[in-house]
Design a protein around this ligand. Structure first.
Ligand SMILES: Cc1cc2nc3c(=O)[nH]c(=O)nc-3n(C[C@H](O)[C@H](O)[C@H](O)COP(=O)(O)OP(=O)(O)OC[C@H]3O[C@@H](n4cnc5c(N)ncnc54)[C@H](O)[C@@H]3O)c2cc1C
Length: 383
């Protein structure tokens, strides 16, 4: 007999991971999704996402990363496919930014490999990178790329085979967190618990995080590099360029994906239900950041300019907001650029809280990356 019933709203990485963790614990799970499953408009729906240990000032998340990697390994064993390409991650620092010291402290405490690349070697190893203005280059060993579309699809297939019920094209318009009730397409559904994992739509379903998170319209570009660099690009690691005023992250083409470049400046504006046509204004900042990072950037052919949405914190904290709401609901919101790599781990934590394995207060602090290494060892979920 099931331990209880749970309605999960949203079939992105947060919702599907929570469904996976609840299903493993013996709960009866239903997933409501406003579009198809997986949904191309979801933040999670993309060719690749970066995963890595180096976290700058958000040290608490660096300490979660060994568990986050282990949770993905467990997921891949369970779905029978490995959607992860291991790769080093190389950071190019262009100014004296505050990233270096806390990152090196966390990597050292975790025993994760890293080293400086002498600046004189950068041009030879990474001929596509602009070396003017570089102050430091750091290579880290533990990281790589996750392949989200394949992960979401395989997870859906696995969960369906285990009895998870999917309600596609079912937009939830109302949630009653005290009664465990949702209304979707005009019909009421009840469960012992409701988990809202609605990504950039979260504030349309609950007022709980209205002061904390905001959707942010972002642009990314998929590119074809100049032919003479194509081979090199297929072999380079994930590249991250960091300055005070601009920065880019670049995922090289791997396993059938395209070269992708994005920046890490949040617009904190836009509506996830709005249009997704990339305008010149959407890509202007990204293009100028890319010109600062790469030589001859204008020779790269643009294959697609894509608009997608982050949910980000209103302040600069970039922390997950995971909170109980009323007697029967939880709200899960990934904030900024670590929602995919941490999704399965956070989903497991939410399921652990619902199953009574961990207190609500500790779950919220843990998901916010506010436990240190010693506390994390003691707080690991028992699933
Ligand atoms: C450009 C970009 C680059 C990123 N890069 C990285 C990276 O390199 N590494 C990393 O770890 N993270 C990265 N992220 C962040 C990461 O992708 C997100 O944090 C994560 O995918 C969010 O997942 P989610 O499940 O919370 O939201 P979503 O994937 O958006 O899922 C929410 C789902 O809920 C559904 N929904 C919403 N409202 C309703 C409703 N009322 N009824 C029914 N269904 C509803 C939506 O349709 C959607 O399918 C990046 C994000 C962006 C935008």
């Amino acid at each position: 007999m099931a331990r209880g019933s749970v309605i999960v709203v949203g079939a992105g990485i947060a919702g599907l991971s929570t469904a996976w963790a609840l299903n493993r614990r013996g709960f009866d799970v239903s997933v409501f999704e406003q579009g198809p499953i997986p949904n191309p408009r979801a933040t999670s729906h993309d060719e690749h996402r970066i995963t890595r240990y180096a976290y700058g000032a958000l040290e608490g998340y660096a300490y979660l990363m060994p568990q986050a990697f282990a949770m993905y390994e467990r997921m891949f064993a369970d779905i029978g496919a490995d959607h992860f390409a291991r790769s080093k991650v190389v950071y190019f620092l262009r100014e004296e930014i505050s990233w270096h010291e806390p990152t090196i402290r966390a990597l050292t405490r975790l025993g994760a490999g890293f080293r400086d690349i002498p600046l004189a070697e950068v041009a030879q190893r990474f001929p596509m990178v602009r070396t003017d203005g570089l102050t430091r280059a750091v290579e880290t060993d533990d990281g790589g790329m996750l392949f989200p579309i394949r992960i979401l699809t395989d997870l859906t297939v696995t969960l369906g085979a285990r009895g998870v019920r999917f309600f596609a094209d079912s937009r939830v318009s109302e949630v009653d967190p005290e009664a465990g009730k949702v209304v979707a397409n005009g019909r009421e559904h009840r469960a012992d618990h409701v988990v809202i994992a609605a990504g950039a739509w979260v504030n349309k379903l609950t007022p709980l995080l209205a002061d904390v998170v905001v959707p942010s319209r972002q642009a990314v570009m998929y590119l074809a590099p100049p032919p003479e660099l194509a081979r090199l690009w297929s072999e380079v690691p994930v590249l991250i360029d960091m300055g005070l005023r601009s920065g880019t992250y670049t995922l090289p083409p791997r396993r059938g994906t395209r070269l992708k470049i994005g920046d890490h400046v949040f617009t904190r504006s836009g509506d996830a239900d709005g249009d997704r046509l990339a305008t010149g204004a959407d890509v202007e900042r990204l293009e100028s950041a890319a010109r600062l990072a790469y030589r001859d950037f204008d020779r790269y052919q643009v294959l697609e300019r894509k608009i997608c949405f982050y949910t980000v914190t209103r302040d600069d904290s970039e922390r997950f907001a995971v909170r109980p709401w009323g007697a029967k609901a939880w709200v899960v919101s990934a904030c900024s650029g670590h929602g995919f790599k941490l999704g399965p781990l956070i989903g497991d934590g939410v399921a652990a809280a619902i199953a009574g394995e961990r207190s609500a207060e500790e779950t919220s602090r843990w998901a916010a990356g506010q436990l240190d290494l010693a506390e994390l060892g003691a707080a690991e979920p028992a699933a």
